[in-house]
Design a protein around this ligand. Structure first.
Ligand code: DUC
Ligand code: ZN
Ligand code: ZN
Length: 470
C-alpha cells in the first residue's frame, strides 16, 4: 500500500495543537514528528498554513431511509460522497426495524444496500420501534456479534415510529448494562399529533404550522421523561437533535446530578432561527425538520451548552428531501405536503457543509476553540459510539482519516456545487470562511480541491465497541 507524508501542517485534535509531519502507511497513522525523513516511495503533501484535522465523524445521517411513503433522496453513494467533500470520513446511518423485519434483518438489509456504494467508512444505529423478547435477544446479538452498539427510539410519531415508555425503559436497561447506548428522539408525540389535527381542522395547512405544532415545551417534557427512564434503568442516554433550552435545562440538571446524559445539536439550530417561519410561503418547507428551528434565545443556550460540555456532539441529522417533485426521479418529496404541512417529509440536508459552517460561525466568531470544534465534530461522537481511537483523532495507530483544512480560504455555498442529490441547501449564497482542501480515507486521497478520487464501495463497515464516555 502507498505511503503519504503530510508535511508541516498544524495538527489539531481535541487536545493538541502543534506543527508536525504526519506519516500515513497501510491505512493508519504510522508516525508524527518534526522533519520526518522518508524515502522516495513516499508521496509528500505540503500542508504549510493548513490545519490537519481528524476526519469528521457524523453520527446522525439518513441515506436511503424509507420514511412512510417517502425515501431520503441521498443514496449511500451520493450521501457519502457529499460527506467526504465536507470533510467527514465516517458516518453512522440507520437500519430501521419495521413491522415485518427483525433487528438483525434490518441491519443486514441496510448493510446490503450500503456496502457496494459507500465512499467513506460507515456504521449503523438500529431504530427499534417495538420491543419483545426476540427484539431484546437480537439487540444483544447485534451488540456482541454485529458491531451495532447503539439503538434509536422515538417518543414521537405515534403509530409509525413511536415506542412507549416501557419499551424505551426495557431497551435502556439492557443496552446500558451491555455497554451500549440508546439514542432518543424526545418529543411528546401524542400531544403533538393532537395539535397537528387541531391546526389542520382550523385550516392551517402551510409549512409554518409544522413549527407551531411542535412546541419546545413538548421537547422538554419528553427529554425529562427520557432522563428519568434512563436514571431508573441505570443506563446512559443520548438525545439526538436537541434544539431548545426547554430540553437543555433538563439535560444540564441531570448531568449536574451525575446521570450519564449526552446530547447532540445540529448545525441548522445554530445557523437559523424561527424567524424563517413568518409567512405562509411553501418555500418554508425547506425548513421543515424535526424539531423545528427555535428562538434566538434557544440558540444562545445551545452555544453555552456546547462551550461548557452540556452538549457533546454536533451531528447533521442530514435527512434530505427535494423541494422540486421529480428531481432526479425522486417522488413524494417536500411537495407532498403542498396542501397539508403534516405530509411534508421532515428533514433537511447538511452533510457537506457541517465543518465549514461550524468553523465559520463557531471558531471564527470566537464561540468555539479549535480543539472544541474537533471534539464536537469528530472525537466525542467517535467516543460515544464506540469508534474511538480508530476514528476521531490523529494518533499513531489510528486510521489515517485526515482532512487538510484551509482556514484562510472562503467559499460561497451553492446547491449546484454540492454533491448531495438534494436540490437545495439551507446555506444557498452564504459565504463561509474556511474550506476543506484535501481528504484522506485510511491514507488514500479521496478529495483534492474540487476533484474526486474516491470509489463507490471503498468505504468499510466499522464494527463498533462499547461507549467510551465516562
Ligand atoms: N428525526 C430525525 O432524527 N431525523 C429526521 C426526522 C426526525 O423526526
Ligand atoms: Zn428524530
Ligand atoms: Zn434524524
Amino acid at each position: 500500500m502507498s505511503s503519504t507524508l503530510i508535511r508541516n501542517g498544524r495538527v489539531i485534535t481535541a487536545s493538541d495543537d502543534y506543527v508536525a509531519d504526519v506519516l500515513m502507511r497501510d491505512g493508519v497513522v504510522r508516525a508524527i514528528g518534526t522533519a520526518l525523513e522518508v524515502g522516495p516511495d513516499v508521496k509528500v503533501v505540503d500542508a504549510t498554513d493548513l490545519y490537519v484535522l481528524p476526519g469528521g465523524v457524523d453520527t446522525h445521517v439518513h441515506m436511503e431511509n424509507v420514511i412512510g411513503p417517502t425515501i431520503t433522496c441521498d443514496t449511500f453513494a451520493s450521501g457519502t460522497k457529499a460527506a467526504a467533500f465536507g470533510g467527514t470520513t465516517t458516518v453512522v446511518d440507520f437500519a430501521l426495524q419495521t413491522a415485518q423485519d427483525s433487528v438483525l434483518g434490518a441491519i443486514a438489509r441496510a448493510q446490503r444496500s450500503a456496502e457496494p456504494q459507500v465512499n467513506i467508512d460507515y456504521s449503523l444505529h438500529c431504530i427499534v420501534t417495538r420491543v419483545d423478547a426476540q427484539v431484546l435477544a437480537d439487540t444483544r446479538h447485534a451488540m456482541r456479534h454485529e458491531g451495532v452498539t447503539s439503538f434509536k427510539m422515538f417518543m414521537a410519531y405515534p403509530g409509525v415510529m413511536m415506542a412507549d415508555d416501557a419499551a424505551i425503559f426495557q431497551m435502556l436497561r439492557q443496552v446500558g448494562a451491555d455497554g451500549g447506548m440508546v439514542a432518543l428522539h424526545a418529543e411528546n408525540g401524542t400531544v403533538i399529533d393532537l395539535l397537528i389535527k387541531e391546526a389542520l381542522e382550523a385550516g392551517h395547512t402551510s409549512p409554518r404550522y409544522h413549527a407551531m405544532t411542535r412546541p419546545a415545551i413538548m421537547e422538554g417534557e419528553a427529554t425529562h421523561r427520557g432522563i428519568r427512564l434512563a436514571e431508573l434503568a441505570n443506563a446512559p442516554i443520548y438525545f439526538v437533535h436537541v434544539s431548545s433550552n426547554q430540553a437543555l435545562k433538563h439535560i444540564v440538571a441531570a448531568r449536574d446530578e451525575g446521570i450519564p446524559v449526552f446530547a447532540e445539536t445540529c448545525p441548522h439550530y445554530l445557523l437559523f432561527d424561527d424567524s424563517v417561519y413568518s409567512s405562509d410561503d411553501f418555500e418554508i418547507a425547506k425548513y421543515v425538520m424535526t424539531p423545528p428551528l427555535r428562538t434566538p434565545d434557544d440558540q444562545k443556550h445551545l452555544w453555552r451548552a456546547l462551550r461548557y460540555d452540556d452538549l457533546q456532539v454536533i451531528a447533521t441529522d442530514h435527512c434530505p428531501f427535494c423541494m422540486k417533485e421529480g428531481h432526479l426521479g425522486y417522488r413524494l418529496q417536500k411537495q407532498r405536503g403542498k396542501d397539508d404541512f403534516s405530509l411534508i417529509p421532515n428533514g433537511a440536508p447538511g452533510i457537506e457543509t457541517r465543518l465549514a459552517s461550524l468553523f465559520d460561525i463557531g471558531v471564527m466568531q470566537g464561540k468555539l476553540s479549535l480543539n472544541r470544534f474537533v471534539e464536537l465534530t469528530s472525537t466525542t461522537p467517535a467516543k460515544l459510539f464506540g469508534l474511538f481511537p480508530k476514528k476521531g483523532t490523529i494518533a499513531v495507530g489510528s486510521d489515517a482519516d485526515v482532512v487538510l483544512f484551509d482556514p484562510a480560504a472562503t467559499q460561497t455555498i451553492r446547491a449546484k456545487d454540492l454533491h448531495s442529490n438534494c436540490d437545495y441547501t439551507l446555506l444557498e449564497g452564504r459565504t463561509l470562511r474556511g474550506k476543506v482542501e484535501k481528504v484522506f480515507l485510511r491514507g488514500e486521497l479521496i478529495v483534492d480541491g474540487p476533484d474526486w478520487h474516491g470509489r463507490e464501495g471503498m468505504g468499510r463497515f466499522v464494527p463498533r465497541g462499547e461507549v467510551r464516555a465516562f
